[in-house]
Design a protein around this ligand. Structure first.
Ligand code: AHR
Length: 496
């Protein structure tokens, strides 16, 4: 209702690139993420190749997903890769103890995952089993995937249909080893990391980028101990942080759709804590790695609400509203602005699980508001970061305040400048002015994602309720661009 103003100053380009891998996704053997998500019943009446759902593949290609993390999550530390190769009908079954206690038939295994990545045109990111596996098992998996010579394992790979090595590069050494991945202390994990890592070999053309289990949220001690003890053979350290509307793992986490302004405000405040966590973990990393060679890999992030009523609570199926889009957009702005340390991130999770990009119901499919944010933000992938200084109003609710506006900016290889701007305020529009100083540009075009209410969702009967539309409310004003940002909206601008 009331307009307020925000100012931004866009700095000159540096050589800092926003890694495309910040836009990574995650597909765990959990609920309907893989099974009945990516990988469907052979009788499902949708366009398929083998059992891959091609409408999902096409949709993810459109937003240029750069990498896909698999097979977990907690599932990774109870997964034994040999169960997922060979003739599908002969593969042993197992219980997925973390996620609903369902029977896993292992029909989707190593070859199926890597073929999915080939179809998607993205890089695989595999998490190896440290919690219940062995050093030999992980070492063998890497050899099976990446060795380009002759060995019993590569003979087996060829027998299973892939003579050539896969050259997998991103490699997680365990997952949440402080919790579902083994209940370890950081001291114990550091030693385990070194033992597992040294036997996960680099083969010709296939140097592994090994990623250590990192902290959850504000567990700074974990980062300190692992950084101190693991000095080499490490490409990145993971950070997991989920936005819970109520802020609590016990009791209700809050509904995905039925929430009031109090819950909206708290969700946004909790989401913005990512800034603090990334800053403080980066500062600890700086002590041990001042050259910033080791990446902070936020390989699980997103909103985690109560499951949709009537669904299996172990399947973590939740709806996705305009609020989720505002969280995703703000989080990606944070990652972009920390591109010097955050080189990779993975939204949890791609299909039908937590803050999904796509929801499915039999052959029907819906793109969530979060999907559209990844579509809007894909222009930042591998572009040069433009530093932004901001002076923004606050969104105040019940005496509490958070910054109403956040921004990131980049320049792509063809010289186009992109700004992504979020107005979190639930009521007030913002007159936003960004000064580009000496950066030359002539014309501006834009897109917007918004709705009448932050609870707005896309459903199987109304799938385009929240979608990207052209935004015509940005004007050139000398070296500045002036924009009116509606309440609870995300705007992207292209300046050229
Ligand atoms: O993404 C769901 C779960 O959240 C993952 O399996 C686990 O790593 C985390 O606790």
């Amino acid at each position: 209702v009331f307009a307020q103003s925000a100012k931004a100053t866009i700095g000159a380009e540096s050589n800092l690139v926003i890694s495309k891998h910040i836009y990574g996704q995650f597909a765990e053997h959990l609920g309907r993420g893989i099974y009945d998500g990516f990988w469907v019943d052979p009788k499902m009446p949708v366009k398929k190749q083998d059992r891959y759902r091609l409408d999902i593949v096409e949709a993810l290609k459109k937003i240029k997903i750069p990498n896909l993390r698999w097979p977990g999550g907690c599932f990774a530390d109870e997964y034994h890769w040999r169960d997922g190769i060979g003739v599908r009908t002969s593969r042993p079954k197992m219980v997925n103890t973390n996620w609903g206690g369902v029977t896993e038939d292992n029909s989707f295994g190593t070859h199926e995952f890597l073929e999915l990545c080939r179809l998607l045109g993205c890089e695989p990111y595999i998490s190896g089993n440290v919690g219940s596996g062995t050093v030999q098992e992980m070492s063998n998996w890497v050899e099976y995937l990446n060795f380009d010579g002759k060995s019993p394992l590569t003979d087996l790979r060829a027998k299973n249909g892939h003579g050539k090595p896969y050259n997998v590069s991103f490699w997680g050494v365990g997952n949440e080893s402080w919790g579902c991945g083994g209940n370890m202390t950081p001291e114990y994990y550091s030693d385990e990391y070194k033992r597992y890592a040294i036997f996960a070999k680099d083969y010709n053309n296939a140097k592994l980028k090994k990623i250590a289990t990192g902290p959850a949220g504000d567990n700074y001690n974990w980062t300190e101990v692992v950084m101190k003890n693991v000095k080499k053979d490490i490409w990145g350290i993971a950070l997991h942080y989920y936005t819970l509307p109520t802020g609590s793992w016990t009791g209700s986490k809050g509904s995905a759709t039925n929430f009031n302004e109090d819950a909206y405000f708290n969700t946004m405040r909790n989401a913005l804590k990512m800034e603090e966590y990334v800053t403080k973990h980066s500062a600890i990393m700086d002590k041990y790695d001042p050259q910033k060679n080791i990446a902070l890999v936020v390989d699980e992030w997103g909103v985690w609400t109560d499951s949709e009523p009537g669904t299996n609570p172990g399947f973590l199926y939740q709806q996705n509203s305009l609020r989720d889009a505002l969280v995703a957009a703000s989080t990606l702005n944070i990652f972009n602005n920390h591109a010097e340390r955050v080189k990779m991130a993975n939204l949890a999770q791609a299909i039908n699980v937590l803050q999904a990009l796509i929801l499915t119901n039999k052959e029907k499919l819906v793109f969530t508001p979060t999907y559209h944010i990844f579509d809007m933000y894909k222009v930042h992938q591998d572009a040069k970061l433009l530093p932004v200084k901001i002076d923004v109003p606050e969104y105040e609710f019940n005496g509490n305040k958070i910054p109403a506006v956040n921004v990131s900016a980049s320049k792509d290889a063809s010289g186009k400048i992109h700004l992504t701007i979020v107005n979190i305020d639930n009521h007030k529009s913002v007159d936003f002015k960004a000064d580009l100083g000496n950066v030359a540009w002539n014309t501006v075009t834009g897109q917007i994602l918004t709705g009448t209410n932050v609870t707005n969702i896309n459903t199987f009967t109304n799938p385009t309720n929240i979608r990207l539309v052209a935004f015509n409310d940005a004007k050139k004003d000398g070296s500045s661009v002036s924009v009116k940002l509606p309440a609870h909206s995300v705007v992207s601008l292209e300046l050229k």
